[in-house]
Write a protein that binds this ligand. Structure first.
Ligand code: MSP
Length: 687
């Protein structure tokens, strides 16, 4: 089996852990647990990034010695991750000697190859991001961030990055999934194609870093130092046979190891450009994949201490338990996309999919019927029919799909697939009505039904184990099954043809509900305690644009999306949007996929187009849109757009409009109707 090495970014210790950090780490933990279930030799690394100007300044501000400061700040990260059930195999700190020695080794290799030279750096430096900033990038920054960027002029060593432009492009070509999601890879390639400049890799105006070998006036650029953590934690670079972990888990010509770095999109450039360039220059193999996930906002706002909405994971874990937080983080947001963390949604998912879906399934069968009818023992199934065959087919499909998605780093899709089985099993219970069978005394059929539900639950206890390690353990306990052994190198993932592995006669052990309901009063108290009802502090205007936009997202800010029914557009543009809305308000807007069947210009209007749109209803809807200046009506036919379907009808130019098409515009590009990349069915709800 291919060895699997998964890493998180190492976290800056200038501040305390928050759910953004938890997000990367939980995702890596899910992948590691899944790989272990599949019997792959697996290693999971996380840790802290402890050098650099930012940390030195923070320590100074607090009047602390930098080493004492980082020694105090690093353990809470490890603790927060452990509390979230993250079972990392190693925790690296960049101030550890094992790391420092390896960074110096890499430096020496690069210097010996002639890829490092001494020069002078003059330009901008963002201490917050520990990044060198070009004039163009500086202009794109918002005021607050720009005010923190400093002008630097100092002697500096440079890495000849410019000479690796073609090597990198070739490497990308040969490794078409090196960066995921694909759209991010395209951005990286486009950036590299523009040509790279040499990279300053040392600093002389502060001292908190790893000394440059042979020149004690310089400390290494913190990103060169930090990126090496992935390799130093394995004891690399090392000569073959010198270090077992490195030989086994870092890719080389013979081991076929698979290395996935999970990172946030804001730090993609460092991982997808600098890191492989250093490694290729040093004659070392780059990792297999960099997966860039999106950023979380909190109740619709950027998360930051300045907004008073910085969410530490601890209180959430205390309120909901680690598994629920893990589940929520992995389920709520498509991995790779930006998304929102909303406290109310945690409750919604808790009571919905987890409680009513999974918890109930167990409760309905094990706690009542099985206990009363079969003395708590798993009965042997009897003759099966279409209902059973259907359920088994769903289970097999779910297991195959979930595995495929997890192999491709799509935890949210895997959960979607797994919950198809939860839904199917609940439907099966509804249809077969075991309580009625019990009443009528049809024990034979009842045995078959119970068995199929229990076996579905067993499959779920395996497939959900990477996401819900604690709850699946409890689930298995109630099913009378031993915990899954994470150390046995066996492929334990359920597969087609294996439905029916639960031994008849197994003694179940009904226990407390897996997801007991919160009383509405407790729910309100928890929300209050977590500060979820408190509106976020109004953001200072200039900081509205988020940090992640500036270095890796070079595109100019998109103008706000707006609707294109002309009258609404004006008033919507004028109305000041509230800083946050609760989820319940958002769902009041019925957004649907619409397929434009017909489109024609409205006579005597230079703006309006009259569209007939299929919204999956009996008849197409007539919707007027003020887009004629930007689209020829005939070009709209066949397009799938997003429609506000529950807007009160209104009359324009004597014609009724029954909805609104969404679009965005800016002065540079004009107006663009929001379109779907895939042929999603008309009428599908957009959320
Ligand atoms: N120290 C560097 C990483 C070096 S890796 C060799 C760093 N540290 S960080 O603490 O600032 O950020 C670590 C990770 O947390 C990044 O991947 C970043 O994207 C992630 N997040 C920080 N805030 C986040 C959100 N609000 N949402 C999701 N992830 C976010 O960068």
């Amino acid at each position: 089996m291919r060895p699997f090495y998964v890493t998180t970014p190492i976290y800056y210790v200038n501040d305390k852990p928050h759910i953004g950090h938890a997000y990367s780490t939980v995702a890596a933990d899910v992948l590691a647990r899944y790989a272990k279930l599949r019997g792959r030799p697996t290693r999971f690394l996380t840790g802290t990034d402890e050098h650099g100007q930012k940390i030195e300044e923070r320590a100074k501000e607090l009047g602390k010695d930098p080493q004492a400061f980082v020694d105090e700040m690093s353990p809470p990260f490890a603790q927060a991750f452990r509390e979230l059930g993250c079972d990392f195999d190693d925790y690296i700190r960049t101030t550890e000697p094992r790391h420092e020695a390896k960074v110096q080794e890499l430096w020496k290799i690069l210097a010996e190859k002639g890829d490092i030279y001494l020069g002078d750096y003059e330009g901008w430096y963002s201490v917050a991001d520990e990044a060198f900033i070009t004039e163009t990038e500086l202009k794109a920054l918002d005021e607050v961030t720009r005010s923190k960027v400093v002008r630097v002029k100092e002697p500096s060593y440079f890495f000849k990055l410019s000479e690796y432009t073609d090597t990198l492009l070739e490497f990308y070509e040969q490794n078409p999934t090196f960066v995921q999601p694909e759209g991010r890879f395209n951005e990286v390639k486009a950036f590299v194609k523009e040509g790279l400049r040499d990279l300053s890799v040392s600093r002389t105006t502060f001292t908190w870093g790893i000394p440059v070998p042979g020149d004690a006036k310089h400390v290494m650029y913190v990103w060169l130092d930090a990126l090496m953590n992935y390799m130093s934690a394995l004891g690399g670079p090392a000569k073959a046979g010198e270090e077992a972990l490195y030989d086994r888990f870092w890719p080389n010509a013979t081991n076929d190891a698979d290395v996935v770095h999970i990172v946030g999109k804001d730090i993609l450039r460092f991982h997808a450009i600098y890191w492989p360039a250093f490694l290729l220059a040093a004659g070392l193999q780059p990792p297999s994949q960099i997966f860039a996930h999106g950023w979380l906002t909190v109740n619709g706002e950027k998360m930051s201490k300045r907004y008073g909405n910085f969410i530490p994971p601890g209180p959430l874990v205390e309120a909901f338990g680690a598994d629920v937080v893990r589940y929520y983080l992995m389920r709520e947001v498509g991995f790779g996309q930006d998304g929102d963390f909303a406290h109310k949604q945690v409750f919604a998912r808790y009571h919905g999919e987890l409680g009513n879906g999974l918890g109930n399934l167990l409760q309905r069968i094990v706690a009542s019927i099985l206990k009363n009818e079969f003395g708590g023992e798993v009965p042997a199934p009897n003759a099966i029919g279409d209902e059973e065959r259907e359920l088994v087919a769903v289970a097999e499909k779910a297991a195959a799909a979930a595995a495929q998605h997890l192999d491709l780093v799509g935890p949210h899709r895997a959960l979607d697939a797994i919950f198809e089985l939860v839904a199917a099993a609940n439907r099966y219970v509804d249809r077969t009505a075991p309580w009625a069978l019990a009443k009528s005394g049809d024990k034979e059929r009842l045995a078959t039904v119970c068995y199929h539900v229990l076996e579905s639950l067993r499959w779920l206890s395996v497939m959900l184990a990477p996401f819900l390690p604690e709850k699946t353990r409890a689930l298995r306990e109630q099913l009378g099954l031993p915990p899954i052994s994470p150390t046995e190198a066996l492929d334990q993932w359920p597969k087609a043809g294996e439905f029916g592995g639960l031994p008849a006669g197994t003694k179940t052990a009904p226990g407390v509900p897996l997801f007991p309901r919160f009383d509405p009063k407790d729910e309100a108290a928890i929300l209050e305690k977590l500060g979820a009802n408190k509106p976020a502090e109004p953001a200072p205007k200039a900081e509205k644009k988020s940090k992640e936009k500036k270095v890796d997202e070079k595109k100019p800010e998109a103008a706000e999306a707006k609707a294109v029914a002309p009258t609404e557009t004006k008033s919507a543009a004028k109305a000041e949007a509230p800083s946050t809305i609760v989820f319940d308000d958002f769902v009041k807007v019925d957004l649907r996929v619409g397929l434009i069947l017909e489109a024609e210009a409205v006579p005597k209007s230079d703006k309006l187009v009259r569209c007939q749109i299929d919204l999956g209803e009996e008849k197409p809807r007539q919707i007027l849109a003020g887009i004629r200046l930007h689209y020829a009506p005939e070009a709209l036919v066949g397009k799938r757009v997003i429609v506000v379907a529950n807007l009160a009808p209104r009359k324009m130019m004597g014609l009724e409009s029954h909805g609104m098409i969404l679009a965005a515009s800016d002065t540079e590009h004009g107006l663009s109707v929001l379109r779907l990349e895939k042929d999603i069915a008309p009428g599908t709800r957009v959320s």
